[in-house]
Design a protein around this ligand. Structure first.
Ligand SMILES: [Fe+2]
Ligand SMILES: [Fe+2]
Length: 470
């Protein structure tokens, strides 16, 4: 089952060759995807030789092959994790019944919507990041960016396969639409707001991969619980690749902190203006970037109180991440006390699942902050990085539009507006960060605002020429 047929146009472990109609439909979509990649993918590096990993199986040992390839020649394939024998629905009102190999008619449009919404984020992030190659801090970082980009492309393939294989003509139309919407486009934007925010500097990229790809992890984990087995198996394998994207974010931000602390030591002061003048990102500015991307990503979990997520759970379409760690999988009895701007409310847990997911996401986000704060503490500084309150700068849910500061304190509207630039990057903060973004492409060299990584990719040295430019 894990074997991949690489002699076919589309590498896959779903026995595509046995379904000629499906194979032809996907082979018809493939050139549209390549056109999209060339037009909307990384700008200007299509002829570079990049050291990339490619999924070649779904075996936990050795699922990836590393080698040099030009990005348009990347082998984007369709891989589903191996089926679990006798898998049963693990939550909701149909708990314990066999999982579905086909889409039940009554859930067809909801499942299609879930898949399209997930699928839309994958090419969106490639579009958001398409200009970053021009300001890469090193060849190592450039390669990591491209690795993420090609894998988001593969994640699009993963969702398009489901649409083609299980949703007939509607699915094929949705697959075309996934290439027609574009990040930030005035007429046809991507579905979710965060995926229309431009990512024009590498500090934002590190924040995006730390916070937004982590939202991706939580979405994939909850879809991996789905009773629709092909969706579950697809998402389980996507999570394997997703781990690297968050690694780029966590180590990237850690390297920024490390470099800033080195510079503070060299110049003998923690004065933000002097740190900036010495070419590093002051910790106060880093905090603003964390506030911006964390709050933006928190919106992706949706409304605190949601009858849609209740129905998706009850019907077995979308579970909680790591569903098996909970003891109640039906949630027909439980309630929860929720703080809203109007006071505390008792809400059925079933209707508060977005909030449950958001809370566990925030706990996961804390892990990196603890590590970076230890670095800061060891360097003898009192400053600590924090996550903003989940009520700060929300545009969705009960806290949407509320004038709350990053500590969660309610302010007057006027004070909030006046002080917002203290909490998220102002135009001049962004201009400063942009001024640091100088392209470095000499093997082994690195930009001055970020420390080198501890080690290279796949046991290669940090100085290895990960991208050969022509
Ligand atoms: Fe992805
Ligand atoms: Fe990702």
């Amino acid at each position: 089952m894990s074997g991949v047929n690489y002699s076919e146009k589309i590498p896959n472990n779903v026995n595509l060759v046995s379904d000629r109609t499906l194979q032809r439909a996907l082979e018809h979509w493939q050139p549209h995807f390549i056109d999209w990649w060339k037009g909307m993918g990384p700008s200007d590096f299509q002829s570079a030789d990049v050291y990339l990993r490619t999924a070649i199986s779904v075996d936990a040992q050795g699922w990836a092959h590393y080698g040099v390839t030009k990005m348009p020649d990347y082998r984007w394939g369709i891989f589903l994790a191996d089926p679990q024998a006798e898998r049963k629905i693990g939550f909701g009102d149909q708990m314990g019944q066999p999982v579905w190999q086909q889409v039940p008619g009554e859930y067809r449009s909801t499942l299609r919507r879930l898949i399209v919404t997930q699928g839309d984020t994958e090419p969106a992030s490639v579009e958001q990041q398409r200009l970053l190659g021009h300001t890469c801090p090193s060849l190592y970082d450039l390669r990591n960016l491209f690795q993420i980009n090609v894998e988001e492309g593969r994640h699009l393939w993963a969702m398009v396969y489901l649409l083609h294989a299980y949703f007939g003509r509607d699915g094929r139309e949705e697959a075309e639409e996934l290439l027609a919407r574009h990040s930030g486009d005035a007429d046809k934007p991507r579905i979710l707001t965060t995926f229309n925010e431009p990512i024009s500097d590498w500090l934002s990229l590190f924040c995006f991969t730390y916070f937004t790809d982590r939202d991706g992890k939580y979405q994939l984990k909850s879809l991996a619980e789905s009773a629709f087995d092909p969706l579950s198996r697809t998402c389980r394998f996507m999570l394997t690749e997703e781990a690297h994207h968050m690694f780029v974010g966590e180590t990237g931000l850690g390297r920024v902190v490390k470099r800033t602390l080195e510079v503070m030591k060299e110049i003998g002061t923690d004065d933000p203006a002097k740190v900036r003048a010495a070419g590093a990102v002051d910790l106060q500015t880093l905090q603003k970037y964390l506030n911006f991307w964390c709050s933006s990503s928190l919106d992706l979990f949706g409304n605190e109180i949601s009858s849609n997520s209740a129905a998706n759970f009850a019907n077995g379409l979308k579970g909680r991440p790591d569903e098996s760690q909970y003891d109640d999988h039906v949630l027909r009895e439980k309630t929860l006390l929720m703080a809203t701007p109007q006071g505390e409310q008792t809400v059925p847990v079933l209707n508060a699942l977005n909030e449950v997911m958001r809370e566990s996401y925030l706990k996961d986000c804390e892990i990196g902050l603890k590590r970076w704060n230890r670095q800061i503490e060891r360097a003898g500084h009192a400053f600590r990085l924090t996550l903003p309150s989940s009520r700060f700068r929300r545009t969705i849910g009960t806290w949407a539009g509320q004038p709350v500061d990053p500590q969660g304190k309610m302010l007057g509207k006027e004070e909030y507006e006046k002080r917002l630039n203290e909490w998220i990057p102002s135009a001049s903060d962004r201009a400063f960060v942009h001024s640091l973004m100088q392209k470095v492409t000499t093997p082994g060299k690195i930009a001055g605002w970020v420390a080198p990584p501890d080690r290279g990719i796949n046991n290669l040295p940090v100085e290895y020429e990960y991208v050969k430019l022509h």
